[in-house]
Design a protein around this ligand. Structure first.
Ligand code: HEM
Length: 242
Protein backbone atom coordinates (compact mmCIF):
# COMPACT_ATOMS: atom_id res chain seq x y z
CA UNK A 1 0.00 0.00 0.00
CA UNK A 2 2.86 2.38 0.76
CA UNK A 3 4.08 2.18 -2.87
CA UNK A 4 0.54 2.95 -4.07
CA UNK A 5 0.45 5.99 -1.76
CA UNK A 6 3.83 7.22 -3.01
CA UNK A 7 2.70 6.96 -6.65
CA UNK A 8 -0.75 8.50 -6.19
CA UNK A 9 -0.30 10.81 -3.23
CA UNK A 10 3.25 12.08 -3.70
CA UNK A 11 4.54 11.86 -7.29
CA UNK A 12 1.07 11.98 -8.85
CA UNK A 13 0.18 15.12 -6.89
CA UNK A 14 3.44 16.86 -7.90
CA UNK A 15 2.90 15.96 -11.56
CA UNK A 16 -0.81 16.84 -11.50
CA UNK A 17 -0.23 20.23 -9.84
CA UNK A 18 2.71 21.09 -12.16
CA UNK A 19 0.71 20.28 -15.32
CA UNK A 20 -2.33 22.11 -13.92
CA UNK A 21 -0.41 25.32 -13.09
CA UNK A 22 1.70 25.37 -16.29
CA UNK A 23 -1.26 24.30 -18.45
CA UNK A 24 -3.59 26.96 -17.08
CA UNK A 25 -0.79 29.57 -17.35
CA UNK A 26 -0.36 28.62 -21.01
CA UNK A 27 -4.13 28.82 -21.58
CA UNK A 28 -4.40 32.27 -20.01
CA UNK A 29 -1.36 33.44 -22.01
CA UNK A 30 -3.08 32.24 -25.21
CA UNK A 31 -6.33 34.03 -24.34
CA UNK A 32 -4.64 37.32 -23.46
CA UNK A 33 -2.44 37.38 -26.58
CA UNK A 34 -5.21 36.52 -29.09
CA UNK A 35 -6.07 39.69 -31.07
CA UNK A 36 -9.45 41.16 -30.12
CA UNK A 37 -12.28 40.69 -32.60
CA UNK A 38 -12.99 43.89 -34.53
CA UNK A 39 -16.65 42.93 -34.58
CA UNK A 40 -18.53 43.66 -31.35
CA UNK A 41 -19.79 40.37 -29.93
CA UNK A 42 -22.06 41.83 -27.25
CA UNK A 43 -25.65 40.68 -27.00
CA UNK A 44 -28.72 42.77 -26.21
CA UNK A 45 -29.45 44.11 -23.58
CA UNK A 46 -26.05 45.70 -22.98
CA UNK A 47 -25.39 47.85 -19.90
CA UNK A 48 -24.08 51.31 -20.84
CA UNK A 49 -21.52 51.81 -18.08
CA UNK A 50 -18.34 49.86 -17.25
CA UNK A 51 -19.65 49.08 -13.75
CA UNK A 52 -22.91 47.83 -15.28
CA UNK A 53 -21.01 45.54 -17.63
CA UNK A 54 -18.90 44.22 -14.77
CA UNK A 55 -22.04 43.57 -12.71
CA UNK A 56 -23.67 41.76 -15.63
CA UNK A 57 -20.54 39.64 -16.09
CA UNK A 58 -20.71 38.58 -12.41
CA UNK A 59 -24.44 37.84 -12.66
CA UNK A 60 -24.06 35.84 -15.90
CA UNK A 61 -21.13 33.88 -14.42
CA UNK A 62 -22.44 33.12 -10.93
CA UNK A 63 -26.20 32.97 -11.48
CA UNK A 64 -26.32 32.02 -15.18
CA UNK A 65 -29.87 33.28 -15.85
CA UNK A 66 -29.64 32.23 -19.51
CA UNK A 67 -29.11 28.58 -18.45
CA UNK A 68 -32.02 28.85 -15.98
CA UNK A 69 -34.28 30.02 -18.81
CA UNK A 70 -33.18 27.32 -21.28
CA UNK A 71 -32.94 24.25 -19.01
CA UNK A 72 -34.17 24.95 -15.45
CA UNK A 73 -33.60 21.44 -14.10
CA UNK A 74 -30.02 21.39 -15.33
CA UNK A 75 -29.49 24.87 -13.84
CA UNK A 76 -30.79 23.66 -10.46
CA UNK A 77 -28.42 20.69 -10.32
CA UNK A 78 -25.51 22.79 -11.61
CA UNK A 79 -26.10 25.36 -8.84
CA UNK A 80 -26.37 22.58 -6.26
CA UNK A 81 -23.09 21.07 -7.46
CA UNK A 82 -21.17 24.34 -7.62
CA UNK A 83 -22.30 25.61 -4.20
CA UNK A 84 -21.43 22.22 -2.65
CA UNK A 85 -18.07 22.19 -4.49
CA UNK A 86 -17.29 25.64 -3.08
CA UNK A 87 -18.11 24.40 0.44
CA UNK A 88 -15.94 21.30 -0.06
CA UNK A 89 -13.12 23.52 -1.35
CA UNK A 90 -13.32 25.70 1.77
CA UNK A 91 -13.29 22.48 3.85
CA UNK A 92 -10.22 21.17 2.01
CA UNK A 93 -8.29 24.30 3.05
CA UNK A 94 -8.14 22.71 6.51
CA UNK A 95 -5.55 20.33 5.04
CA UNK A 96 -3.22 23.33 4.79
CA UNK A 97 -3.77 24.45 8.39
CA UNK A 98 -6.47 24.82 11.03
CA UNK A 99 -8.82 27.80 10.69
CA UNK A 100 -8.17 30.63 13.11
CA UNK A 101 -10.96 31.50 15.62
CA UNK A 102 -13.53 29.00 14.24
CA UNK A 103 -12.59 26.07 16.56
CA UNK A 104 -12.79 28.39 19.62
CA UNK A 105 -16.13 29.76 18.45
CA UNK A 106 -17.52 26.25 18.05
CA UNK A 107 -16.18 25.08 21.42
CA UNK A 108 -12.86 23.34 20.76
CA UNK A 109 -11.13 20.92 18.40
CA UNK A 110 -13.68 18.13 18.94
CA UNK A 111 -16.59 20.44 18.04
CA UNK A 112 -14.66 21.65 14.99
CA UNK A 113 -14.20 18.05 13.80
CA UNK A 114 -17.92 17.42 14.29
CA UNK A 115 -18.81 20.53 12.32
CA UNK A 116 -16.41 19.48 9.53
CA UNK A 117 -18.00 16.01 9.51
CA UNK A 118 -21.52 17.42 9.04
CA UNK A 119 -20.50 20.07 6.50
CA UNK A 120 -18.26 17.65 4.56
CA UNK A 121 -20.94 14.93 4.50
CA UNK A 122 -23.58 17.33 3.18
CA UNK A 123 -21.24 18.88 0.58
CA UNK A 124 -19.94 15.48 -0.54
CA UNK A 125 -23.46 14.05 -0.90
CA UNK A 126 -24.78 17.05 -2.85
CA UNK A 127 -21.78 16.92 -5.20
CA UNK A 128 -22.47 13.25 -5.81
CA UNK A 129 -26.15 13.99 -6.55
CA UNK A 130 -25.08 16.66 -9.07
CA UNK A 131 -22.65 14.37 -10.90
CA UNK A 132 -25.08 11.42 -10.95
CA UNK A 133 -27.71 13.74 -12.46
CA UNK A 134 -25.24 14.87 -15.15
CA UNK A 135 -24.32 11.25 -15.96
CA UNK A 136 -28.01 10.27 -16.16
CA UNK A 137 -28.78 13.31 -18.35
CA UNK A 138 -26.17 12.24 -20.89
CA UNK A 139 -27.00 8.53 -20.69
CA UNK A 140 -30.79 8.62 -21.07
CA UNK A 141 -32.83 11.04 -23.15
CA UNK A 142 -32.07 13.45 -25.99
CA UNK A 143 -28.71 14.75 -24.69
CA UNK A 144 -27.21 11.31 -25.36
CA UNK A 145 -27.07 12.17 -29.08
CA UNK A 146 -25.18 15.40 -28.39
CA UNK A 147 -22.63 13.82 -26.05
CA UNK A 148 -19.04 13.00 -27.02
CA UNK A 149 -16.60 10.68 -25.18
CA UNK A 150 -14.92 13.68 -23.45
CA UNK A 151 -18.21 14.47 -21.68
CA UNK A 152 -18.28 10.99 -20.13
CA UNK A 153 -14.57 10.92 -19.36
CA UNK A 154 -14.82 14.13 -17.34
CA UNK A 155 -17.91 12.95 -15.48
CA UNK A 156 -16.25 9.59 -14.76
CA UNK A 157 -13.18 11.36 -13.31
CA UNK A 158 -15.36 13.65 -11.20
CA UNK A 159 -17.43 10.69 -10.03
CA UNK A 160 -14.24 8.85 -9.00
CA UNK A 161 -12.84 11.86 -7.09
CA UNK A 162 -16.12 12.46 -5.26
CA UNK A 163 -17.07 8.88 -4.43
CA UNK A 164 -13.60 8.28 -2.95
CA UNK A 165 -13.68 11.62 -1.09
CA UNK A 166 -17.03 10.55 0.36
CA UNK A 167 -15.54 7.15 1.21
CA UNK A 168 -12.80 8.90 3.22
CA UNK A 169 -15.40 11.08 4.89
CA UNK A 170 -18.03 8.43 5.71
CA UNK A 171 -15.82 5.41 6.47
CA UNK A 172 -12.74 6.96 8.11
CA UNK A 173 -14.01 10.44 9.10
CA UNK A 174 -14.85 9.21 12.64
CA UNK A 175 -11.25 8.67 13.67
CA UNK A 176 -8.97 10.28 11.08
CA UNK A 177 -9.18 14.04 11.19
CA UNK A 178 -7.69 16.97 9.34
CA UNK A 179 -4.53 17.07 11.53
CA UNK A 180 -3.42 13.66 10.18
CA UNK A 181 -4.05 14.63 6.54
CA UNK A 182 -2.34 17.95 7.26
CA UNK A 183 0.87 16.16 8.31
CA UNK A 184 1.03 14.38 4.96
CA UNK A 185 0.01 17.37 2.79
CA UNK A 186 2.34 19.83 4.48
CA UNK A 187 5.22 17.37 4.02
CA UNK A 188 4.46 17.45 0.28
CA UNK A 189 4.55 21.25 0.24
CA UNK A 190 7.86 21.21 2.10
CA UNK A 191 9.24 18.75 -0.52
CA UNK A 192 9.94 16.27 2.27
CA UNK A 193 7.09 13.77 1.63
CA UNK A 194 6.17 11.43 4.48
CA UNK A 195 3.06 9.59 5.66
CA UNK A 196 1.94 9.62 9.29
CA UNK A 197 1.60 6.13 10.81
CA UNK A 198 -2.22 6.49 10.99
CA UNK A 199 -2.44 6.58 7.17
CA UNK A 200 -0.33 3.43 6.81
CA UNK A 201 -2.33 1.07 9.03
CA UNK A 202 -5.61 -0.52 7.93
CA UNK A 203 -7.15 0.37 4.60
CA UNK A 204 -7.42 4.15 4.80
CA UNK A 205 -4.31 4.47 2.57
CA UNK A 206 -6.10 2.66 -0.28
CA UNK A 207 -9.00 5.07 0.04
CA UNK A 208 -6.82 8.21 0.20
CA UNK A 209 -4.61 6.86 -2.61
CA UNK A 210 -7.61 6.31 -4.89
CA UNK A 211 -9.10 9.75 -4.06
CA UNK A 212 -5.71 11.17 -5.07
CA UNK A 213 -5.37 8.94 -8.16
CA UNK A 214 -8.60 10.37 -9.58
CA UNK A 215 -7.62 13.88 -8.45
CA UNK A 216 -4.21 13.55 -10.20
CA UNK A 217 -5.89 12.48 -13.46
CA UNK A 218 -8.43 15.29 -13.06
CA UNK A 219 -5.66 17.89 -12.58
CA UNK A 220 -3.65 16.49 -15.51
CA UNK A 221 -6.62 16.70 -17.83
CA UNK A 222 -8.14 19.96 -16.55
CA UNK A 223 -6.19 22.52 -18.69
CA UNK A 224 -6.96 20.56 -21.88
CA UNK A 225 -10.65 20.02 -21.17
CA UNK A 226 -13.79 22.11 -21.28
CA UNK A 227 -13.33 22.66 -17.53
CA UNK A 228 -11.17 25.68 -18.41
CA UNK A 229 -14.55 27.43 -18.35
CA UNK A 230 -13.89 27.85 -14.60
CA UNK A 231 -11.69 30.78 -15.62
CA UNK A 232 -12.71 31.33 -19.24
CA UNK A 233 -16.37 32.01 -18.42
CA UNK A 234 -15.44 35.37 -16.84
CA UNK A 235 -13.94 36.77 -20.05
CA UNK A 236 -16.54 35.06 -22.27
CA UNK A 237 -19.35 36.69 -20.26
CA UNK A 238 -17.61 40.07 -20.38
CA UNK A 239 -17.44 39.89 -24.18
CA UNK A 240 -21.21 39.16 -24.29
CA UNK A 241 -21.96 42.64 -22.94
CA UNK A 242 -19.28 44.62 -24.82
C1 HEM B 1 -4.85 18.04 -3.93
C2 HEM B 1 -6.16 17.84 -3.96
C3 HEM B 1 -7.00 17.12 -2.92
C4 HEM B 1 -6.67 16.61 -1.69
C5 HEM B 1 -5.31 16.63 -0.99
C6 HEM B 1 -7.87 16.02 -1.11
C7 HEM B 1 -7.97 15.39 0.12
C8 HEM B 1 -9.14 14.98 0.73
C9 HEM B 1 -9.25 14.41 2.05
C10 HEM B 1 -8.06 14.16 2.98
C11 HEM B 1 -10.57 14.16 2.30
C12 HEM B 1 -11.16 13.57 3.58
C13 HEM B 1 -11.55 14.68 4.51
C14 HEM B 1 -11.82 14.20 5.93
O1 HEM B 1 -12.37 13.13 6.11
O2 HEM B 1 -11.45 14.95 6.84
C15 HEM B 1 -11.31 14.58 1.15
C16 HEM B 1 -12.68 14.53 1.02
C17 HEM B 1 -13.39 14.92 -0.11
N1 HEM B 1 -12.86 15.39 -1.28
FE1 HEM B 1 -10.90 15.76 -1.64
N2 HEM B 1 -8.90 16.19 -2.01
C18 HEM B 1 -8.42 16.87 -3.12
C19 HEM B 1 -9.12 17.24 -4.26
C20 HEM B 1 -10.49 17.09 -4.42
C21 HEM B 1 -11.24 17.51 -5.60
C22 HEM B 1 -10.62 18.16 -6.85
C23 HEM B 1 -12.55 17.20 -5.35
C24 HEM B 1 -13.78 17.38 -6.22
C25 HEM B 1 -13.83 17.91 -7.41
C26 HEM B 1 -12.63 16.60 -4.04
C27 HEM B 1 -13.81 16.17 -3.44
C28 HEM B 1 -13.90 15.66 -2.16
C29 HEM B 1 -15.16 15.35 -1.52
C30 HEM B 1 -16.55 15.53 -2.14
C31 HEM B 1 -14.85 14.88 -0.23
C32 HEM B 1 -15.85 14.42 0.85
C33 HEM B 1 -16.47 15.59 1.52
C34 HEM B 1 -15.48 16.38 2.37
O3 HEM B 1 -14.96 15.81 3.34
O4 HEM B 1 -15.21 17.53 1.97
N3 HEM B 1 -11.37 16.55 -3.50
N4 HEM B 1 -10.42 15.08 0.20
Amino acid sequence: METYLWITSVWGVYLGLAVFVLGMGWRIYQWTTTPKSRVRLGMFPKPRTKAGRFGKMLKDTFIAPHSAAIEPRMWFFAMLFHVAALAAFVGHLRILGEYPILPELLGGEHAMNNFAAYAGSIAGTLMLVGVVYWIARRTFGPYKNLSVPEDYLLLALLFGVIIMGDHLRFVYGGYIHADTYQEWFKSLLAFAPAFPEKLLVGNVGWSLGTHMLFTDLFLLYFPFSKLVHTIGSFSANLVRSE
